[in-house]
Design a protein around this ligand. Structure first.
Ligand SMILES: [Fe+2]
Length: 288
């Protein structure tokens, strides 16, 4: 036998997996052990530092419940979520780019008609958002479903804020033959990711702010097309260049144009003044 020491450690652990029947698990765990051992060799943590790391991961787990997911936040702020997204959604040019799902998606948003509002409390600056869902040839997609959610003007999702009605600022819309979508809402706000847990303390210690630039979330799917999970970012937001979760892509930044126009407001059934934002989404056929 050989001793387990600084030199033999990595090979010893990987050798111990020789009976693993799952080739992918074996590959992933061998790589994980290799990189983890490299990290330890490089930074040479003290025992106290190692225990601090254990306490951090323990606190992250303890912070999780049915509404809070601290490990998604951790993955997001370390850029891992966006890296996994990039690897899994290599798209042809012209297709709408994807970005993070984030921790505030809730299944079962109310089904609405085009032109309806997703704001259930009416608080905030009125906005009218519209566009088309297209294929790569620029043809409209009928029957595309848009699952939409966003923060209030205070920067909170309904699930974070007991003062908001349930399912506030969430809605499901289905396109007709023209591929068009249009709905009423309020202008979203930039907001901090939750900072009252270990990930927030880590950001503070790293000298990083926790802010995300204002955005509206979309998951868009249609029969025969790859679904896309993406955002519409508000142009001009001060955090576009420093999104805490690295989710911004230039192609997803959309101007929210201010209007002071009583007739236009009446036509769109929004209060005056109001904003309009227009953006087309392009899906990739599953056949391509
Ligand atoms: Fe968000």
């Amino acid at each position: 036998m050989s001793d387990f020491n600084e030199v033999t450690a990595t090979a010893a652990v990987i050798d111990r997996m020789s009976g693993c029947k799952d080739a992918r698990l074996k590959q992933v765990m061998a790589s994980l052990v290799t990189h983890l051992h490299s990290l330890v060799r490089e930074v040479e943590p003290t025992v106290e530092e190692w225990m601090a790391a254990i306490r951090f991961l323990t606190a992250a787990g303890q912070k999780c419940d049915d509404k809070r997911q601290e490990f998604i936040l951790l993955s997001d702020v370390l850029g891992v979520s966006m890296l996994v997204d990039a690897i899994n959604h290599r798209k042809p040019s012209g297709a709408t780019e994807s970005t993070v799902l984030g921790p505030f998606f809730v299944a079962g948003a109310p089904k609405l008609e085009m032109g309806d509002t997703i704001s259930r409390d009416g608080k905030g600056e009125p906005a009218y958002v519209s566009g088309r869902v297209l294929d790569l040839d620029g043809q409209p997609i009928a029957g595309a479903m848009l699952d939409i959610w966003q923060t209030s003007s205070d920067g909170f999702y309904d699930v974070q804020d007991p003062s908001q009605p349930e399912m506030n600022l969430r809605g499901l819309f289905t396109t007709a033959a023209d591929g068009r979508f249009y709905f009423r809402t309020v202008k979203p706000s930039s907001y901090p990711i939750p900072t009252d847990g270990p990930v927030g303390r880590l950001l503070l210690a790293l000298g990083r702010h926790p802010m995300r630039p204002a955005h509206i979330h979309f998951i868009i799917g249609a029969p025969g097309f790859e679904p896309v999970t993406t955002h519409m970012f508000v142009a001009g937001d001060e955090y576009l260049d420093s999104d805490a979760v690295f989710g911004v892509k230039t192609s997803l930044v959309v101007p929210f144009v201010p209007h002071d126009d009583a007739d236009g407001a009446e036509k769109r059934r929004v209060g005056n003044p109001y904003y309009t934002a227009e953006h087309d989404f392009t899906l990739v056929s599953k056949a391509k």
